[in-house]
Design a protein around this ligand. Structure first.
Ligand SMILES: [Ca+2]
Ligand SMILES: [Ca+2]
Ligand SMILES: [Ca+2]
Length: 193
């Protein structure tokens, strides 16, 4: 259950990141039920070049959907989001600008997520998560009690006795699940209306 939640979180973050940097994620189910990301090789540049059937360096409304599966299902509105000068063609510059904006938004979203997480669990207000604060995060977010041998210190990369947002990102991507004990979910009493 805990692993399922963590996997879901990683799938969401992974998809968002993949969208931002322009690779299409596909989740491959491994035999033991774990998931792994398999990325298609084509970059945005390669997609553009392939879709530009008449080779004039821009995509018209017939060429645009051939970029990828997402574009194939896109509508007029989404074409307009790319075609910022509204001349009915998506130029390479317009495509580049679109993805640059996406990347910046994804980065902003990611920073906001880790900042909010830090604020939520930073009880002593020093802008770092100490061991007890990180343990609370594990209990609250992942219903897991860190074991005595949980390697808190290995995530404190700059050795300032706390986890900052950058270290937190690495921590949430590499939680040592073999060093936690799942907390049994309390049985909720039936709600009678
Ligand atoms: Ca073209
Ligand atoms: Ca245009
Ligand atoms: Ca703190």
């Amino acid at each position: 259950m805990v692993n399922a939640i963590a996997t879901a979180v990683l799938v969401v973050l992974g998809s968002f990141y993949a969208l931002a940097i322009g690779i299409e994620p596909a989740v491959k189910i491994l035999p033991d039920g774990l998931t792994d990301f398999v990325y298609q090789e084509e970059t945005h540049d390669e997609e553009f070049k392939r879709a530009d059937a008449n080779g004039d360096g821009q995509l018209d409304k017939c060429e645009f959907p051939n970029r990828n599966k997402w574009a194939a299902q896109s509508n007029e509105e989404q074409f307009k989001e790319f075609d910022t000068n509204a001349d009915g063609f998506v130029s390479k510059d317009e495509q580049d600008a679109y993805f640059k904006k996406q990347e910046e938004e994804a980065l902003r979203w990611k920073m906001e997520y880790y900042n909010n997480t830090l604020q939520e669990f930073d009880t002593n207000g020093d802008q770092l998560l100490q061991q007890d604060e990180l343990a609370k995060l594990m209990r609250t977010r992942y219903s897991s009690e860190p074991n005595a041998d949980f390697p808190f210190a290995t995530f404190d990369l700059n050795a300032d006795k706390g986890i900052d947002t950058e270290e937190l990102e690495k921590f949430e991507s590499n939680i040592p699940w073999d060093k936690v004990t799942p907390i049994e979910a309390a049985v909720q009493p039936a709600v009678i209306f």
